[in-house]
Ligand binder design. Structure first.
Ligand code: ACO
Length: 326
């Protein structure tokens, strides 16, 4: 038995903010953002569009596409670095309540932009281990809440949204075949939230305002991202006896067009194998891979038997990916 993705759903916040609109409040331009990142727009959640709300809506769409009753779900996993509550309860618990499912397990995964790749593998583990039959795995982020809107080097990069999949057992040997999940903790200060944890609690009047938001050393993250993008894709192909011709799509974390372009050049894998949608949604961290899968599904691009690689990289520094036979 294997475990596979039965269906995909998404939730996109209503408010769409273009580069032009952003450049009215941040010192930047459409030309700079597009040429340095490939981003044209982002969707920004309202107060009512909390992380758990977006996650729940994405899960509802995935459930309806799976033609499955909510009570057939045994477990919920939410990958997020922007949970409704900082430490607990987990956002997955809120989604469980919102969906009205009783007596099941739920937990959050905190692996930044690699969170969804981790979540899928954990979902597979629950199914193969016999703990669960059907699992909802969600990537959901409200990054606008931890973005420093006064810092143009990060304010232009991020967006909000959620994507969800229903994972079910597969008896045909297809589905999620392999995952690589890695961390380089020595880079934990390259992209992080300096304040608010137990090591450096927020102290009113003492903690610098910028420490309350996401901090990033862009160049360091860029160099790391290009390298691990290539490493993960190559290792997944090698471990599974695949050549680039065998792979139908690579679905990368949608951080920056230039990262993907550099990875494509370095690996020799044609750019048109990579599915890209950062132009519309910007970087939505854990949500970006399931959002891309949901868009591909809506466009009818995903067919049973297709060979798909995901690759995630981000804060932590985390990196990893999945090999899926759709
Ligand atoms: N608009 C206009 N100018 C800007 C902006 C902006 N939004 N941001 C920076 N600049 C300026 C800088 O001030 C600098 O000006 P200077 O030369 O006068 O000092 C110049 O542009 C170049 O700045 P760099 O930071 O060197 O620009 P770079 O080419 O490295 O691009 C970027 C920056 C896009 C952030 C790049 O480093 C990158 O993509 N890094 C990876 C980021 C990433 O993907 N992070 C997410 C990981 S996902 C997660 O875990 C959440």
């Amino acid at each position: 038995m294997t475990a596979g993705i039965q269906s995909v759903g998404a939730y996109i916040p209503v408010r769409r903010v273009s580069n032009e609109e952003l450049s009215k409040t941040v010192e930047t331009s459409d030309e700079w953002i597009r040429s340095h990142t490939g981003i044209g727009n982002r969707h920004i959640a309202s107060d009512e569009e909390t992380c758990s709300y977006m996650a729940t809506e994405a899960a509802k769409e995935a459930l309806s596409k799976a033609d499955m009753d909510k009570d057939e779900i045994d477990h919920i996993i939410v990958a997020t670095i922007t949970p409704d509550f900082k430490d607990f309860p987990a956002t997955a618990n809120l989604v469980q309540n919102n969906l009205g499912i009783g007596n099941i397990g739920s937990f959050d995964v905190k692996a930044a932009c690699t969170g969804f790749a981790y979540g899928l593998e954990l979902g597979r583990g629950l199914i193969l281990g016999g703990t669960a039959k059907n699992v909802i795995v969600i990537g959901a982020e409200k990054l606008s809440a931890i973005t420093n809107w006064k810092d143009r080097s990060t304010a232009v990069l991020f967006g909000d949204g959620a994507g969800a999949v229903v994972m079910t057992p597969r008896v045909d040997g297809e589905g999620l075949i392999d995952s690589i999940l890695r961390t380089d903790g020595s880079g934990s200060d390259a992209l992080y939230m300096p304040s608010g944890g137990t090591a450096t609690p927020y102290i009113p009047g003492v903690t610098p305002e910028e420490d309350l938001y996401l901090n990033m050393d862009g160049r360091r993250v860029y160099n790391f991202a290009v390298k691990v993008n290539v490493d993960i894709v190559m290792e997944l192909m090698e471990r599974n006896g695949l050549t680039p011709d065998d792979v139908d799509y690579i679905v990368p974390h949608q951080a920056n067009y230039r990262i993907i372009l550099a990875a494509s050049k370095r690996s020799g894998i044609p750019l048109d194998k990579y599915y890209l949608n950062m132009e519309e949604f910007a970087n939505t961290s854990s949500a970006s891979i399931p959002l891309a899968l949901a868009e591909m599904d809506r466009k009818g691009l995903l067919k049973r038997g297709m060979k798909i690689l995901t690759v995630g990289f981000g804060g932590g520094l985390t990196y990893g990916g999945n090999y899926i036979v759709w």
